[in-house]
Design a protein around this ligand. Sequence first.
Ligand code: ATP
Ligand code: FE
Length: 371
Amino acid sequence: RHIDKEQYTVSHDSQVMVRGDGQIVSEVVSSQAEMLTQYGGVFPKMAEEGHAKAIDKVVSEAILQAGVKESSLSAIAVTIGPGLSLCLRVGVRKARSLAKLYQLPWIGVHHMEAHAMVARLMDRQLEFPFLVLLVSGGHNLLLLAQKVGDYIQLGTTLDDAIGEAYDKTARELGLDLARGGGPAVEELALEGNPKAVNFSIPMRNIRDCNFSFAGLKTQVKLAIASKAITTELVPIKDADAEDRQLRADIAASFQRVAVLHLEDRCARAIEWAQSMSPIKALVVSGGVASNKVVRQRLGELAEKHGLRLSCPPPRLCTDNGVMIAWTGVEHFKLGRSQPPPPYDEPEDVHLDLRPRWQLGEIYTEGQRHTR
Ligand code: ATP
Ligand code: FE
Protein backbone atom coordinates (compact mmCIF):
# COMPACT_ATOMS: atom_id res chain seq x y z
CA ARG A 1 0.00 0.00 0.00
CA HIS A 2 1.09 3.51 -0.71
CA ILE A 3 1.52 5.66 2.35
CA ASP A 4 0.66 9.29 1.92
CA LYS A 5 0.11 12.41 3.98
CA GLU A 6 -3.16 11.17 5.32
CA GLN A 7 -1.84 7.85 6.46
CA TYR A 8 -0.13 7.04 9.71
CA THR A 9 2.19 4.58 11.33
CA VAL A 10 2.32 4.15 15.04
CA SER A 11 5.30 2.98 17.04
CA HIS A 12 5.28 1.25 20.37
CA ASP A 13 8.83 1.99 21.58
CA SER A 14 7.57 4.96 23.36
CA GLN A 15 4.15 5.59 21.92
CA VAL A 16 4.17 7.85 18.95
CA MET A 17 2.24 8.41 15.80
CA VAL A 18 4.03 9.68 12.73
CA ARG A 19 2.30 10.58 9.46
CA GLY A 20 3.58 9.44 6.07
CA ASP A 21 4.98 12.92 5.41
CA GLY A 22 6.95 12.87 8.66
CA GLN A 23 4.56 14.99 10.71
CA ILE A 24 4.64 13.87 14.35
CA VAL A 25 0.97 13.61 15.23
CA SER A 26 1.23 12.55 18.84
CA GLU A 27 3.82 11.54 21.36
CA VAL A 28 3.33 10.04 24.79
CA VAL A 29 6.34 9.00 26.83
CA SER A 30 6.47 6.88 29.94
CA SER A 31 9.93 6.94 31.48
CA GLN A 32 11.69 4.64 33.91
CA ALA A 33 14.47 7.13 34.59
CA GLU A 34 13.86 6.91 38.33
CA MET A 35 15.08 3.30 38.22
CA LEU A 36 18.49 4.58 37.09
CA THR A 37 18.77 7.18 39.82
CA GLN A 38 17.47 4.90 42.52
CA TYR A 39 19.27 1.68 41.65
CA GLY A 40 22.08 2.90 39.37
CA GLY A 41 21.09 0.62 36.50
CA VAL A 42 18.35 -1.10 34.54
CA PHE A 43 17.06 -4.39 35.94
CA PRO A 44 15.38 -6.48 33.24
CA LYS A 45 12.54 -7.85 35.33
CA MET A 46 11.78 -4.46 36.83
CA ALA A 47 11.93 -2.79 33.41
CA GLU A 48 9.59 -5.41 31.96
CA GLU A 49 7.06 -4.86 34.71
CA GLY A 50 7.26 -1.11 34.21
CA HIS A 51 6.63 -1.43 30.47
CA ALA A 52 3.80 -3.91 30.94
CA LYS A 53 2.10 -1.63 33.44
CA ALA A 54 2.40 1.47 31.26
CA ILE A 55 1.88 0.25 27.73
CA ASP A 56 -1.93 0.07 27.39
CA LYS A 57 -2.51 3.52 28.80
CA VAL A 58 0.31 5.13 26.87
CA VAL A 59 -0.82 3.62 23.57
CA SER A 60 -4.43 4.68 24.01
CA GLU A 61 -3.35 8.18 25.03
CA ALA A 62 -1.18 8.48 21.92
CA ILE A 63 -4.08 7.42 19.73
CA LEU A 64 -6.47 9.75 21.50
CA GLN A 65 -4.07 12.68 21.27
CA ALA A 66 -3.64 12.13 17.54
CA GLY A 67 -7.39 12.18 17.04
CA VAL A 68 -7.36 9.23 14.65
CA LYS A 69 -9.01 5.86 14.87
CA GLU A 70 -6.90 2.71 15.04
CA SER A 71 -8.65 1.53 11.91
CA SER A 72 -7.26 4.47 9.92
CA LEU A 73 -3.66 3.60 10.73
CA SER A 74 -1.63 2.28 7.81
CA ALA A 75 0.80 0.20 9.81
CA ILE A 76 2.37 -0.38 13.20
CA ALA A 77 6.10 -0.18 13.77
CA VAL A 78 7.67 -1.84 16.77
CA THR A 79 11.22 -2.41 18.02
CA ILE A 80 12.10 -6.08 17.76
CA GLY A 81 15.78 -5.72 18.74
CA PRO A 82 18.46 -5.45 19.81
CA GLY A 83 17.78 -5.24 23.54
CA LEU A 84 16.42 -7.13 26.51
CA SER A 85 14.01 -9.77 25.26
CA LEU A 86 11.82 -9.42 28.34
CA CYS A 87 11.22 -5.77 27.43
CA LEU A 88 11.05 -6.21 23.66
CA ARG A 89 8.35 -8.81 24.20
CA VAL A 90 6.03 -6.32 25.89
CA GLY A 91 6.09 -3.96 22.91
CA VAL A 92 5.90 -6.66 20.27
CA ARG A 93 2.95 -8.38 21.98
CA LYS A 94 1.04 -5.11 22.14
CA ALA A 95 1.87 -4.17 18.55
CA ARG A 96 0.80 -7.58 17.26
CA SER A 97 -2.42 -7.56 19.20
CA LEU A 98 -3.34 -4.20 17.69
CA ALA A 99 -2.24 -5.34 14.24
CA LYS A 100 -4.41 -8.42 14.63
CA LEU A 101 -7.42 -6.58 15.94
CA TYR A 102 -7.40 -3.88 13.25
CA GLN A 103 -5.84 -6.07 10.54
CA LEU A 104 -2.87 -3.76 10.02
CA PRO A 105 0.50 -4.57 8.51
CA TRP A 106 3.40 -4.22 10.91
CA ILE A 107 7.12 -3.52 10.71
CA GLY A 108 9.77 -4.91 13.06
CA VAL A 109 12.36 -2.18 13.53
CA HIS A 110 16.06 -2.34 14.48
CA HIS A 111 16.57 0.10 17.35
CA MET A 112 19.96 1.30 16.03
CA GLU A 113 18.73 1.67 12.46
CA ALA A 114 16.06 3.94 13.90
CA HIS A 115 18.68 6.07 15.70
CA ALA A 116 20.25 6.59 12.25
CA MET A 117 17.12 6.98 10.10
CA VAL A 118 15.57 9.67 12.27
CA ALA A 119 18.19 11.98 10.75
CA ARG A 120 16.26 11.72 7.47
CA LEU A 121 13.05 12.80 9.16
CA MET A 122 14.65 16.02 10.36
CA ASP A 123 16.88 16.65 7.36
CA ARG A 124 14.99 16.18 4.13
CA GLN A 125 18.09 17.01 2.09
CA LEU A 126 19.86 13.97 3.47
CA GLU A 127 20.34 11.59 0.54
CA PHE A 128 21.97 8.17 0.46
CA PRO A 129 24.80 7.25 0.62
CA PHE A 130 26.01 8.78 3.88
CA LEU A 131 28.24 7.89 6.80
CA VAL A 132 26.68 7.33 10.22
CA LEU A 133 28.26 7.49 13.65
CA LEU A 134 25.97 6.07 16.33
CA VAL A 135 26.95 6.88 19.90
CA SER A 136 24.62 5.65 22.60
CA GLY A 137 24.39 3.76 25.87
CA GLY A 138 24.99 0.33 24.40
CA HIS A 139 26.47 0.91 20.96
CA ASN A 140 29.25 2.64 19.15
CA LEU A 141 28.85 2.09 15.43
CA LEU A 142 30.23 3.47 12.21
CA LEU A 143 28.05 2.62 9.24
CA LEU A 144 28.00 3.38 5.57
CA ALA A 145 24.30 3.79 4.84
CA GLN A 146 23.70 2.95 1.18
CA LYS A 147 19.92 2.67 1.11
CA VAL A 148 17.10 2.15 3.60
CA GLY A 149 17.95 -1.21 5.19
CA ASP A 150 21.32 -1.48 3.42
CA TYR A 151 24.29 -0.76 5.67
CA ILE A 152 27.95 -1.65 5.82
CA GLN A 153 29.42 -1.75 9.30
CA LEU A 154 32.84 -0.13 9.31
CA GLY A 155 33.40 -0.19 13.04
CA THR A 156 31.94 -1.12 16.39
CA THR A 157 33.12 -1.10 19.99
CA LEU A 158 35.36 -3.87 21.22
CA ASP A 159 34.11 -3.40 24.78
CA ASP A 160 31.98 -0.53 26.12
CA ALA A 161 30.05 2.18 24.32
CA ILE A 162 30.84 5.83 24.92
CA GLY A 163 27.49 6.44 26.66
CA GLU A 164 28.33 3.76 29.17
CA ALA A 165 31.70 5.43 29.82
CA TYR A 166 29.90 8.74 30.41
CA ASP A 167 27.46 7.08 32.79
CA LYS A 168 30.21 5.31 34.72
CA THR A 169 32.26 8.50 34.95
CA ALA A 170 29.23 10.36 36.26
CA ARG A 171 28.64 7.75 38.93
CA GLU A 172 32.27 7.73 40.03
CA LEU A 173 32.37 11.49 40.20
CA GLY A 174 29.33 11.42 42.45
CA LEU A 175 27.17 13.41 40.04
CA ASP A 176 23.42 13.75 40.18
CA LEU A 177 22.04 11.17 37.73
CA ALA A 178 18.50 12.52 37.60
CA ARG A 179 18.89 13.76 34.02
CA GLY A 180 21.29 10.98 33.01
CA GLY A 181 25.04 10.54 33.46
CA GLY A 182 26.04 12.02 30.11
CA PRO A 183 24.41 15.43 30.57
CA ALA A 184 25.81 15.64 34.14
CA VAL A 185 29.39 15.04 32.95
CA GLU A 186 28.93 17.50 30.08
CA GLU A 187 27.70 20.17 32.45
CA LEU A 188 30.45 19.71 35.03
CA ALA A 189 33.10 19.59 32.29
CA LEU A 190 32.28 23.22 31.49
CA GLU A 191 33.93 24.17 34.79
CA GLY A 192 37.04 22.05 34.22
CA ASN A 193 40.33 22.16 32.36
CA PRO A 194 40.24 19.53 29.59
CA LYS A 195 44.01 19.21 29.67
CA ALA A 196 44.33 18.84 33.44
CA VAL A 197 44.57 15.05 33.35
CA ASN A 198 46.54 13.40 30.62
CA PHE A 199 44.36 10.41 29.67
CA SER A 200 45.65 8.47 26.70
CA ILE A 201 43.60 8.26 23.53
CA PRO A 202 42.42 4.66 22.96
CA MET A 203 43.68 2.52 20.07
CA ARG A 204 45.89 5.17 18.54
CA ASN A 205 48.15 2.59 16.91
CA ILE A 206 45.38 0.34 15.62
CA ARG A 207 44.44 1.49 12.18
CA ASP A 208 40.81 0.47 11.93
CA CYS A 209 37.44 2.02 12.72
CA ASN A 210 36.67 0.16 15.94
CA PHE A 211 36.29 1.74 19.35
CA SER A 212 37.30 0.92 22.89
CA PHE A 213 36.21 2.79 26.01
CA ALA A 214 36.97 0.28 28.76
CA GLY A 215 40.56 1.48 29.16
CA LEU A 216 39.49 5.10 29.42
CA LYS A 217 36.91 4.13 32.04
CA THR A 218 39.68 2.52 34.09
CA GLN A 219 41.93 5.54 33.64
CA VAL A 220 39.16 7.75 35.02
CA LYS A 221 38.74 5.46 38.01
CA LEU A 222 42.46 5.54 38.74
CA ALA A 223 42.60 9.31 38.39
CA ILE A 224 39.78 9.66 40.90
CA ALA A 225 41.52 7.29 43.30
CA SER A 226 44.86 9.07 42.98
CA LYS A 227 43.26 12.44 43.60
CA ALA A 228 41.51 10.95 46.63
CA ILE A 229 38.09 12.31 45.83
CA THR A 230 35.66 10.82 48.28
CA THR A 231 32.84 10.31 45.79
CA GLU A 232 31.29 7.49 47.74
CA LEU A 233 30.67 9.76 50.66
CA VAL A 234 30.19 13.19 49.17
CA PRO A 235 27.77 13.85 46.35
CA ILE A 236 28.95 16.66 44.10
CA LYS A 237 26.51 19.16 45.61
CA ASP A 238 28.29 18.82 48.95
CA ALA A 239 31.85 18.93 47.59
CA ASP A 240 34.04 21.86 48.61
CA ALA A 241 35.48 24.17 45.93
CA GLU A 242 38.78 22.30 45.59
CA ASP A 243 37.12 18.90 45.36
CA ARG A 244 34.60 20.21 42.85
CA GLN A 245 37.40 21.62 40.68
CA LEU A 246 39.22 18.27 40.71
CA ARG A 247 36.10 16.48 39.60
CA ALA A 248 35.40 19.07 36.91
CA ASP A 249 38.95 18.66 35.59
CA ILE A 250 38.52 14.90 35.40
CA ALA A 251 35.13 15.28 33.68
CA ALA A 252 36.57 17.72 31.13
CA SER A 253 39.68 15.61 30.50
CA PHE A 254 37.59 12.46 30.09
CA GLN A 255 35.30 14.20 27.64
CA ARG A 256 38.16 15.62 25.61
CA VAL A 257 39.78 12.21 25.12
CA ALA A 258 36.50 10.37 24.55
CA VAL A 259 35.60 12.81 21.79
CA LEU A 260 39.13 12.72 20.32
CA HIS A 261 38.70 8.94 20.03
CA LEU A 262 35.44 9.46 18.12
CA GLU A 263 37.13 11.98 15.82
CA ASP A 264 40.03 9.64 15.17
CA ARG A 265 37.91 6.70 14.11
CA CYS A 266 35.49 8.89 12.18
CA ALA A 267 38.28 10.46 10.16
CA ARG A 268 39.40 7.01 9.06
CA ALA A 269 35.83 5.88 8.39
CA ILE A 270 35.32 8.90 6.12
CA GLU A 271 38.30 7.77 4.07
CA TRP A 272 37.07 4.18 3.93
CA ALA A 273 33.56 5.27 3.00
CA GLN A 274 34.78 7.67 0.35
CA SER A 275 36.79 4.88 -1.26
CA MET A 276 33.49 3.03 -1.78
CA SER A 277 30.75 5.63 -2.15
CA PRO A 278 30.32 9.31 -2.98
CA ILE A 279 29.16 10.31 0.50
CA LYS A 280 28.19 13.91 1.17
CA ALA A 281 27.09 13.83 4.78
CA LEU A 282 28.02 12.53 8.18
CA VAL A 283 25.09 11.62 10.44
CA VAL A 284 25.76 11.57 14.17
CA SER A 285 22.98 10.20 16.36
CA GLY A 286 22.25 8.24 19.55
CA GLY A 287 22.05 9.70 23.05
CA VAL A 288 25.64 10.97 23.17
CA ALA A 289 25.03 12.99 20.00
CA SER A 290 23.05 15.44 22.13
CA ASN A 291 26.37 16.48 23.66
CA LYS A 292 27.44 19.94 22.46
CA VAL A 293 31.16 19.15 22.35
CA VAL A 294 30.47 15.99 20.31
CA ARG A 295 28.30 17.95 17.89
CA GLN A 296 30.79 20.75 17.50
CA ARG A 297 33.92 18.64 17.09
CA LEU A 298 32.32 16.23 14.63
CA GLY A 299 30.83 19.16 12.75
CA GLU A 300 34.33 20.57 12.33
CA LEU A 301 35.66 17.18 11.26
CA ALA A 302 32.91 16.79 8.67
CA GLU A 303 33.58 20.25 7.29
CA LYS A 304 37.29 19.53 7.03
CA HIS A 305 36.45 16.56 4.82
CA GLY A 306 33.93 18.45 2.71
CA LEU A 307 30.93 16.75 4.34
CA ARG A 308 27.79 18.15 5.86
CA LEU A 309 27.00 17.21 9.48
CA SER A 310 23.47 15.97 10.00
CA CYS A 311 22.68 15.64 13.67
CA PRO A 312 19.06 15.27 14.89
CA PRO A 313 17.89 17.63 17.63
CA PRO A 314 18.86 16.27 21.10
CA ARG A 315 15.40 14.95 21.96
CA LEU A 316 15.50 12.75 18.85
CA CYS A 317 19.10 11.65 19.51
CA THR A 318 18.26 9.94 22.81
CA ASP A 319 15.73 7.12 22.81
CA ASN A 320 12.36 8.15 21.46
CA GLY A 321 9.40 6.59 19.71
CA VAL A 322 9.47 9.01 16.78
CA MET A 323 12.54 7.32 15.38
CA ILE A 324 10.86 3.91 15.48
CA ALA A 325 7.69 5.15 13.81
CA TRP A 326 9.69 7.02 11.17
CA THR A 327 11.85 3.98 10.37
CA GLY A 328 8.59 2.09 10.00
CA VAL A 329 7.45 4.73 7.48
CA GLU A 330 10.73 4.42 5.54
CA HIS A 331 10.35 0.63 5.22
CA PHE A 332 6.60 0.74 4.64
CA LYS A 333 7.05 3.14 1.72
CA LEU A 334 9.30 0.52 0.14
CA GLY A 335 6.66 -2.18 0.65
CA ARG A 336 8.58 -3.87 3.43
CA SER A 337 6.04 -4.82 6.03
CA GLN A 338 4.62 -7.99 7.53
CA PRO A 339 1.02 -8.91 6.76
CA PRO A 340 -1.53 -8.49 9.57
CA PRO A 341 -1.55 -11.48 11.93
CA PRO A 342 -4.56 -13.76 11.26
CA TYR A 343 -7.56 -13.26 13.57
CA ASP A 344 -7.20 -16.78 14.92
CA GLU A 345 -3.53 -16.39 15.80
CA PRO A 346 -2.98 -17.78 19.32
CA GLU A 347 -1.89 -15.38 22.07
CA ASP A 348 1.26 -17.37 22.73
CA VAL A 349 2.46 -17.30 19.11
CA HIS A 350 6.24 -17.34 18.66
CA LEU A 351 7.52 -13.77 18.49
CA ASP A 352 10.39 -12.88 16.23
CA LEU A 353 12.46 -11.03 18.82
CA ARG A 354 16.08 -10.23 18.04
CA PRO A 355 17.87 -9.42 21.30
CA ARG A 356 21.21 -9.58 19.47
CA TRP A 357 20.89 -8.26 15.99
CA GLN A 358 23.80 -7.04 13.96
CA LEU A 359 23.08 -4.01 11.82
CA GLY A 360 24.53 -4.30 8.33
CA GLU A 361 27.28 -6.37 6.83
CA ILE A 362 30.71 -6.13 8.41
CA TYR A 363 33.19 -4.47 6.11
CA THR A 364 35.79 -7.19 5.65
CA GLU A 365 37.75 -5.10 3.17
CA GLY A 366 38.62 -3.09 6.27
CA GLN A 367 41.43 -5.60 6.81
CA ARG A 368 43.04 -4.33 3.65
CA HIS A 369 42.97 -0.75 4.88
CA THR A 370 44.52 -1.56 8.23
CA ARG A 371 47.71 -2.94 6.82
P1 ATP B 1 21.34 1.83 22.74
O1 ATP B 1 20.71 2.82 21.82
O2 ATP B 1 22.77 1.58 22.41
O3 ATP B 1 20.54 0.60 22.90
P2 ATP B 1 20.29 3.44 24.83
O4 ATP B 1 19.07 3.32 24.02
O5 ATP B 1 20.25 3.20 26.27
O6 ATP B 1 21.40 2.49 24.20
P3 ATP B 1 20.33 6.21 24.14
O7 ATP B 1 19.03 6.52 24.78
O8 ATP B 1 20.41 6.36 22.70
O9 ATP B 1 20.97 4.82 24.59
O10 ATP B 1 21.41 7.13 24.82
C1 ATP B 1 21.59 7.15 26.20
C2 ATP B 1 23.05 7.40 26.47
O11 ATP B 1 23.39 8.71 26.00
C3 ATP B 1 23.37 7.38 27.95
O12 ATP B 1 24.55 6.63 28.14
C4 ATP B 1 23.56 8.84 28.29
O13 ATP B 1 24.45 9.07 29.33
C5 ATP B 1 24.11 9.39 26.99
N1 ATP B 1 23.90 10.83 26.86
C6 ATP B 1 22.74 11.50 26.83
N2 ATP B 1 22.95 12.83 26.78
C7 ATP B 1 24.30 13.00 26.78
C8 ATP B 1 25.15 14.13 26.76
N3 ATP B 1 24.66 15.37 26.74
N4 ATP B 1 26.48 13.92 26.78
C9 ATP B 1 27.00 12.66 26.81
N5 ATP B 1 26.24 11.57 26.84
C10 ATP B 1 24.90 11.72 26.82
FE1 FE C 1 18.98 3.92 22.03
